[in-house]
Design a protein around this ligand. Structure first.
Ligand SMILES: C[S@@+](CC[C@H](N)C(=O)[O-])C[C@H]1O[C@@H](n2cnc3c(N)ncnc32)[C@H](O)[C@@H]1O
Length: 269
């Protein structure tokens, strides 16, 4: 009994660590990306495993999207998934509202000619026009596929709805959306304990995220139904997913967060 409750002794440390995080999410994300020193399996970024293993697990779903269309990686961060997606689509465009993330993604992608990056707040009213401009800059006009990983769970309910609505003109009749999000079923204390935090120590990449970023929520079927209403979207498939982190507990294997995936298409009127 006591050992099950011991994790709650973490609460004062979590409050202390997170109290310095900027309250404005864009400021927090941009500062976070500006401070990152390295990425991948030994890097600073909690959700960057440095491996294609997670994406390979999604391929049976992702390849149901039209392979002749480009893919837009919404909230691309340092572009790990954009680069992997560029292997499966003729063009991959990574978009993030943090200019520091986009700078980092560009630096890490100089050897990939079919990946490009642009700054875009995907919840903003002008987002669809910004996406169209980024695609046009890369030589494409028309419908595109959308990939989202680990972004909706960091937005509030209004942000999720705005982002989803902005995707309707992006996908049009031919494109589709694949999303994969963390859907951890416990409290923030359960979440950080799951990733190895104890009262005595917290894995470095997790501590970085706690210090600098807003506390994430969860995104599962319930949240998807609200953000992607059936009046606008057809749900093709949904299910559970495993979101892989940078190795934390074992240096040679990623840790895994329970997640959710969905494949959607815009309803045609
Ligand atoms: C947890 S990271 C995931 C990064 C990347 N998708 C991956 O899986 O490696 C969330 C990313 O979403 C970006 N983001 C958050 N809100 C956004 C918004 N409104 N528009 C665009 N990007 C956003 C953040 O800057 C951050 O890079």
């Amino acid at each position: 009994m006591f050992s099950a409750l011991r994790k709650y002794l973490l609460i004062p440390r979590l409050i202390r660590l997170s109290s310095g995080a900027p309250k404005d999410p864009l400021t927090a994300w941009d500062r976070y990306w500006g401070d990152v020193r390295s990425t991948g399996a030994a890097g600073d970024v909690l959700w960057d495993s440095g491996s294609d293993h997670e994406l390979n697990g999604y391929l049976p779903k992702v390849t149901q999207l039209d392979p002749n269309l480009p893919v837009v990686d919404v909230g691309c961060g340092n572009g790990s998934f954009t680069r992997l997606l560029a292997r499966h689509f003729p063009l991959a465009v990574g978009l993030d509202y943090s200019a520091n993330a986009v700078d980092r993604a560009r630096q890490e992608s100089t050897d990939i000619t079919t990946a490009s990056f642009a700054v875009c707040d995907m919840t903003a009213p002008e987002a669809a026009a910004t996406v169209a401009a980024a695609l046009a800059e890369a030589g494409w006009t028309g419908d595109a596929n959308v990939f989202i990983r680990g972004v909706l769970h960091v937005l509030d309910s209004d942000g999720r709805a705005a982002l989803a609505a902005n995707l309707l003109p992006v996908v049009g009749a031919r494109g589709g959306v694949f999303l994969a999000e963390t859907n951890f079923p416990g409290t923030p204390v359960d979440y950080v304990s799951h990733l190895g935090a104890t009262r005595k120590s917290i894995p470095g990449p997790l501590e970085w995220a706690i210090r600098g970023l807003p506390m994430p929520g969860r995104f599962g079927a319930k949240q998807r139904a609200k953000a992607f209403p059936t009046a606008d979207w057809n749900l093709v498939e949904e299910g559970s997913a495993s979101i892989e982190t940078r190795p934390l507990s074992n240096p040679s294997a990623p840790d895994v967060i329970p997640g959710y995936f969905a494949l959607l298409r815009a309803r045609q009127r």
